[in-house]
Design a protein around this ligand. Structure first.
Ligand SMILES: [Zn+2]
Length: 483
């Protein structure tokens, strides 16, 4: 289409009078050159994929390769669901769902963050070797670069895992070396369970050492009993060499003000430090606005006698996992992450509140989650703690989100965008009712002005404090002592 347009333009040039031709030619030549470079960059190349069944040429571009061709060569069927816009790859009892343009996948029913996005170029679905391997793993295949070619290898045999403990600044790391899989992690009553998709083997029996008291492997399930006072703070998978890491933190005693009988609220001003979050048309930064609102909300709640802690007191970088870890250590009653939104559509306005779910309610919810998750390194973006932590709190989280959204709706000029569910990383691992609120759109000049203004922030803070107080007053108290 572009080349055709150029031809037409050139012909128009040759038809012009001689006087203007020279000027026109001068214009067209660099244009043609730029266009040729552009087209060459966009074009797909071919690369040889060698597999046990033979070799084929597959499409590639840069370090991205034709994902569907790789699946075909691995003997794994893929089907496209037009309504969902996603592909399902299925073989045996394993199933993987992925969406072009996305960087999350559902692997055997579990939401995982991919090392890189899946792209569509000229009708081909392309992914990097690392991303392809994350999707191929449940089918026991692995893609490797061998010089100019790609090789598809059947992963045979059983993984032998070596367990070791590393002392890091923030706590102990349990490292499972040789582990290519991302097990499902659950943590109950001092017992850590890692459920693997495929067969695994222990290089040596589990011995009592460090924080590990004992444990063993039964089928696909590795159980580790840990010393009292230790808590699971997060987990992630790393490549080169492959290993799975479980981050532990010592359960530090809660500070005095949080020890009372009353509720403890943890407010999380989003972003901070290098991570600015969204920006408004006049350079207003989300990180500053949400810190202002969080401080004002805290003051209002403290005036009502509620103990409040902020995940950051100033303009500092706080990893997403640390934010809920703080709430867990304090045994907080609720966790509320405060953000401001941005949209390419400048007319977008209003507040929206989310609670954690593996399934995003709609495409906008998924995009909001993707943007807020951006500050977490992809290999740490593990959503696997979600089910253990949040399932039991799902109803209360939904109630918290609804209460917050209702209060924000009563604010002058705040349009209701509703309560939504989305896989926000910052909410994973929270062991209490948790929600994330986007108080308005910084991309909307009017809302940006209101959110930057002290009185505007006070109004939002009053609504948030009112919502939290209402939530606390109406919460069920199963542990209440008998009268
Ligand atoms: Zn944000």
């Amino acid at each position: 289409m572009k080349a055709l347009g150029l031809q037409r333009e050139q012909r128009a040039c040759t038809l012009t009078v001689a006087r203007t031709w020279r000027a026109c030619n001068v214009m067209v030549r660099p244009l043609a050159l730029a266009l040729a470079i552009l087209l060459a960059a966009a074009a797909l190349a071919a690369v040889t994929l060698v597999s046990p069944t033979g070799s084929v040429e597959i499409a590639s571009r840069g370090d991205l390769y034709d994902l569907l061709a790789i699946f075909r060569q691995a003997g794994v069927e893929t089907a496209f669901a037009r309504a969902a816009g996603s592909y399902t790859a299925r073989a045996g009892e394993h199933e993987v769902q992925f969406t072009p343009g996305g960087s999350l996948a559902v692997v055997d029913g579990r939401l995982v963050a991919l090392p890189g996005p899946i792209r569509t170029v000229e009708g081909k679905v392309l992914a990097s070797i690392e991303t392809a391997n994350a999707l191929l793993r449940p089918f026991s295949w692995q893609l490797e670069a061998q010089g100019e070619r790609l090789e598809l290898l059947q992963v045979s045999g059983v993984e032998a895992i070596v367990l070791s403990q590393v002392q890091a600044a923030e706590g102990t790391l349990l490292v499972l070396r040789g582990c290519r899989q991302q097990p499902r992690v659950s943590w109950r009553g001092g017992e850590l369970t890692l459920r693997f998709e495929g067969p695994v083997e222990l290089a040596a029996p589990i011995e009592a050492s460090g924080v590990v008291v004992g444990g063993g492997l039964v089928g696909h399930e590795l159980t580790l009993r840990l010393t009292p006072g230790v808590e699971v703070a997060g987990s992630y998978h790393l490549e080169d060499p492959p290993r799975f890491v479980v981050r532990l933190s010592a359960a530090t005693p809660a500070p005095l003000e949080a020890r009372g009988e009353g509720p403890v609220v943890v407010l999380d001003p989003g972003h901070g430090g290098e991570d600015w979050g969204a920006a408004g048309p006049g350079g207003e930064l989300e990180k500053n606005i949400v810190l202002g609102i969080a401080r004002l909300t805290a003051a209002q709640l403290q005036a009502r006698g509620v103990a409040v802690r902020l995940t950051r007191e100033g303009d500092e970088t706080v990893p997403l996992g640390e934010r809920t870890a703080l709430a867990n250590r304090l045994r907080a009653t609720l966790f509320l992450s405060i953000h401001a939104n941005a949209s390419p559509a400048r007319s977008a306005r209003g507040a929206e509140t989310y609670f954690m779910s593996a399934d995003a309610t709609d495409i906008q919810a998924a995009q909001a989650a993707a943007e807020e998750n951006a500050s977490a390194p992809p290999d740490v973006v593990q959503l696997i703690l979600w089910d253990l932590a949040q399932v039991s709190n799902l109803n209360e989280s939904a109630r918290l989100a609804t209460t917050v959204q209702e209060r924000l709706n009563t604010l002058h000029d705040t349009r209701d965008r509703g309560v939504k569910q989305a896989p926000f990383v910052v909410l994973t691992g929270a062991t209490m009712p948790a929600a994330l609120v986007e108080v308005g759109f910084l991309s909307n000049p009017e809302e940006a002005a209101r959110l930057t203004d002290r009185r505007g922030q006070e109004a939002v803070a009053a609504a948030l404090a009112e919502a939290v107080a209402t939530f606390l007053q109406t919460r069920p108290s199963p542990t209440a002592p008998p009268p």
